[in-house]
Design a protein. Structure first.
Length: 130
């Protein structure tokens, strides 16, 4: 049963990650915690390992479709790598219950922000027309 649930979580993560660019973490982490009974720290580790592959494939696809600003990658990627190392180390020091709560709060905050904010194209139009 765990295998079938894991496959389902992977399929959903890939679909959502590919379509929405979220990397799958919003499905893998809650899916592993809720449906597979893993602790938050383990779910985060699984999610990060899976995202290595899905992110590379998604990035290559977006690059080919010219829907990526490649000039931003050298600025964002190194800082993300450094921050990931520090944060993964720090996550090992924090109670998984608090990590789960922080993750849930972050999802709610980002989701709310995305619902109430205007799309970036509409924002650029307002700025340029003044």
């Amino acid at each position: 049963m765990d295998l079938a649930i894991g496959v389902a979580i992977g399929v959903v993560a890939g679909l959502i990650g590919g379509m929405l660019g979220v990397g799958g973490g919003i499905t893998i982490v809650p899916g592993a915690v809720i449906f597979l009974g893993t602790d938050q720290t383990t779910a985060q580790g699984v999610s990060l390992a899976a995202i290595v592959v899905t992110s590379a494939v998604g990035a290559m696809t977006h690059y080919r479709q010219r829907t990526m600003r490649a000039e931003l990658v050298p600025w964002i990627a190194p800082m993300a790598v450094v921050a990931s190392v520090v944060a993964a180390w720090a996550a090992g020091l924090v109670d998984p219950t608090w990590l789960r709560r922080a993750f849930a709060i972050l999802l709610v905050l980002f989701g709310t922000r995305m619902i109430v904010s205007r799309p970036s194209a509409e924002r650029e139009e307002v700025v340029s027309t003044g």
